[in-house]
Design a protein around this ligand. Sequence first.
Ligand code: ATP
Ligand code: MG
Length: 366
Amino acid sequence: MSGVQLTEVTKSYGPVNVIPPLDLSFDEGEFVVIVGPSGCGKSTTLRMIAGLEPVSSGMIHIAGKDVTWARPKERDIAMVFQSYALYPHMNVAENMSFALRLAGTPKKEVQQRVKVAADMLELTEYLDRKPKDLSGGQRQRVAMGRAIVRDAYCFLFDEPLSNLDAKLRSTMRTELALLHKKLDRTMVYVTHDQIEAMTMADRIVIMEKGHVQQVGSPREVYNNPVNIFVAGFIGSPSMNMLDAEVSGEVPRVKGNGFDLPLPKRLHQAVQKRDSSDVVVGLRPEHFSAATGGGGTSESEFSPVELDVKVAEYIGSSQFLAAEIGGKQISAAIEVGPDSAPLESGKYMFDTSRIYLFDRTTGGAIS
Ligand SMILES: Nc1ncnc2c1ncn2[C@@H]1O[C@H](COP(=O)(O)OP(=O)(O)OP(=O)(O)O)[C@@H](O)[C@H]1O
Ligand SMILES: [Mg+2]
C-alpha cells in the first residue's frame, strides 16, 4: 500500500503514555492536517513518522515499506520544523543546497534543484543574500526550500508558519496549497490553528490527548462534527454550547432565554432518546440581524433575544459578545459597511443549522 500508515502506534515516556494506540492512514499525494490543542501529541506523532522519535509499539509504513525501525534518512521524507535554524554564514542558495551537497549530489543537479525550488518559492532574487538580510517570511520560505530541494516522497511540517504575522501566514497558506499542487507529494502538516487546517487540508485529523476524535474533509468536520470537542474546535469564533431540553410533539429545544424549533433532520433522533437533556450548539455565523437574510434554501429563521455587551466592527460583519439568558455567547452578524454598532434586542437564528449533543457523552445527536 502506498502513502503513509500508522498501525497501532503508541508512545510512552517512562510511565506516561502520550499516544494511546493510534491508527492513521494517509493516501499518496494527500494533504493531511493534524490539528489539536497544545500537548495533544501532534509533534510526537510527526516525529515518529520522521523517525526522530522511536515508537513504543506499533508499525509505520511509508510508500508500502515498513520503516518502523528505519533511520530518518532511509524514510524518503523531508521535514520543516516550527523553530527552523538557517546557517547564518551561508547565503540562501547554500542554505537550501546544504543537505544535497552533504549527500554528494552532482553540482549541476544541485544548481538545478535549487533553481526550481527558488522559483517556486519566489526566492530567486535573494539567492545570494545571507539570512540576516531577509524578512521573517523570506527566511521561512528558505527553510521550506531546504525541504523542497530534497524532493522527498513525503513532506512533514510542524507548525511552520506559527512565528509569522497574520498577513504573511495567510499568504504562506496559499503558497503551501499551491506548492502541494505543483509537487503532488504526500504532505502531513501539524498545527493548533484550525484556520490553517480548514484552508489547506484535503483531510483533517482532529486529536485530543493522543486520541483521534474525527478524520474528515474540512466540510465534513465543520458540518458534521462527531462530538462537542470537534464542534468547539473547528470554526471561528467557536460554536456556542448551551444546556437545553428537548420537548413537544413537534420537538423544540428550550433553555434559559431561548426556545427554538428543531429542524426535521433531528426529529427522529431526539424522539428515540430516553433523556430530554441536551447541549445545543449554535455557531456564531448562523445568527443574523432581525431582518434575516444570508441563509441557504433550507434556512428557517427563528427569533432569539441577545443581550449585547460589546459589538466589534470588522467591516463586513460585527462580532458580538452577548448573553442569552445570562450565558455568554458570541455572534457574527453580517452588516452593511456603515452600520451603527449593534444593540441588544431581537436577532434571528437559522434553525436549520442547529447542532445537538448528548450532555453525558458529548456525542453528536443526529
Ligand atoms: N521527552 C518527553 N518526556 C516526557 N513527556 C514528553 C516528552 N516529549 C513530549 N512529552 C509530552 O507528550 C505530550 C505531547 O507532546 P507534543 O509535543 O507531541 O504535543 P503537541 O501536540 O505537539 O503540542 P504543541 O501544540 O504545544 O506543540 C505532552 O503532554 C508533552 O508534555
Ligand atoms: Mg508541537
